[in-house]
Design a protein around this ligand. Structure first.
Ligand code: CU
Length: 406
């Protein structure tokens, strides 16, 4: 059995902080916040550890590249989606976001019942395909583009099906690495996602990934919670699919597709954040020299620890999407990837590295999926019949995608 105490990242995490006055933009005229048409203007609501100047410069270079790419198809400077930090968006936007998440939770699932009898609502459609694809979209070349399209689909569902007027926010965890609870994301008020679960005094454990030809396990810390969350707007939330990664392979419900109604649990693990999800490491990510090395910094380090910090439902690599905070966590990953791409768009926009299956281990349920190297021409399965090529999920302003991180 392969036991890795460090989980090779499972999700995308773009970690960037809010925008500070950008300097050092690459080509183009020197941008000042006042001349900038709205991108990167400093928010009045900045809290936490200030963004270092070097990170701000990398971020501005990324933004300059996005601006230079416009107009692109239907994506223009006027309609581009502006994704901002949860800690900086206003209260009305936070409330509207939470309302729209609950709206998706109240709409019936579209996933075929024969595939996932336990899928109840539209959020479960996202969780179903995330579970179904976990061994293909983590520890592979598809991690970043798959989750980029996934987040975009979620954002579109929030806007088109539930009337959310804004764009996907991100969890700017570098600002709060030493004191994550200072972030408004974890506020127990009506305008956050709730805080920790009840402390069950859990022991650390090892959980198993089903579906791989070679057994694979990851370490889960004991954490400081583990039970149901007790405050915030999701205390009454009922989730149904999962869990999947357990201490044993559950033969009766291996992938958690059956109905399993329960509360939303969290298990904060401060050691996964303090000294780890720092500005220094965020800067190391955006300055990683190549895509092969980026897999280690963005997935192995940032992504893995962001999930492990949240713990509970959010730390199950398969059904992690059950925690509504998942989407903010992954927007941060997506943001860090975007800033990395933006340092050398020509070479990095379509850069890919990795196998087609988790760490190149064959899948026991789909032996026809080759573990060989992924390419940008490969199809990805986004659920509900949508199977775009990988390259569709690589630029932010082409092929239907149209957004920028502010
Ligand atoms: Cu994922």
């Amino acid at each position: 059995m392969v036991l890795l105490s460090t989980f090779i990242g499972v999700f995308l995490a773009i970690a960037t902080a809010s925008s500070a006055a950008p300097t050092g933009a690459c080509p183009a005229p020197k941008p000042s916040p006042n001349q900038d048409p709205g991108y990167g203007t400093p928010s009045k609501n900045q809290t936490g550890i200030p963004k270092p100047k070097d990170f701000a410069a990398f971020e501005e270079k990324y933004r300059a590249g996005i601006r230079a790419s416009l107009p692109s198809g239907n994506c223009t400077i006027n309609n581009i989606g502006r994704r901002r930090s949860w800690d900086e968006i206003d209260i009305a936007t936070r409330l509207d976001y939470i309302r729209a998440v609950k709206c998706l939770a109240a709409k019936p699932a579209l996933t075929d019942k024969s595939l996932a009898p336990g899928a109840v609502n539209r959020l479960d459609d996202f969780t179903y395909i995330h579970i179904n694809q976990t061994n293909i979209i983590h520890g592979t070349g598809y991690l970043l583009p798959w989750h980029r399209i996934f987040l975009w689909q979620f954002e579109e569902a929030m806007r088109n099906e539930c009337g959310y007027k804004n764009f996907l926010p991100y969890w700017d965890n570098a600002r709060f690495s030493e004191d994550p609870l200072a972030s408004a994301v974890w506020s127990g008020s009506d305008t956050g996602f709730g805080a920790n679960g009840i402390d069950l005094h859990l022991e650390a454990k090892t959980v198993i990934f089903p579906g791989l030809a070679k057994p694979f396990s990851i370490h889960m810390p004991g954490g400081t919670g583990g039970g149901c969350i007790t405050n915030g707007p999701f205390t009454d939330f009922t989730i149904s699919l999962g869990p999947v990664a357990k201490t044993f392979i559950d033969k009766n419900n291996t992938y958690g597709y059956e109905s399993n109604p329960r509360c939303l649990s969290r298990n904060f693990d401060p050691a996964s954040s303090k000294g780890v999800l720092t500005w220094a490491n965020a800067t190391a990510i955006v300055t990683t020299p190549n895509i092969a090395a980026l897999r280690g910094t963005i997935e192995g380090l940032w992504h893995k620890n962001s999930h492990t910090y949240i713990g509970g439902e959010g730390a199950d690599p398969f059904s992690t999407t059950n925690d509504p905070a998942f989407y903010l966590l992954h927007a941060q990953i997506d943001r860090l990837w975007g800033i990395w791409q933006g340092q050398n768009l020509q070479d990095r926009e379509y850069a890919i590295d990795g196998n087609r299956t988790f760490l190149g281990i064959p899948l026991d349920y789909a032996p026809d999926v080759p573990p060989s190297l992924a390419t940008i021409e490969d199809e990805m399965d986004m659920g509900l019949g949508f199977k775009p090529k990988t390259k569709k999920g690589m630029p932010m302003t082409k092929g239907g995608l149209c957004y920028i991180y502010e």
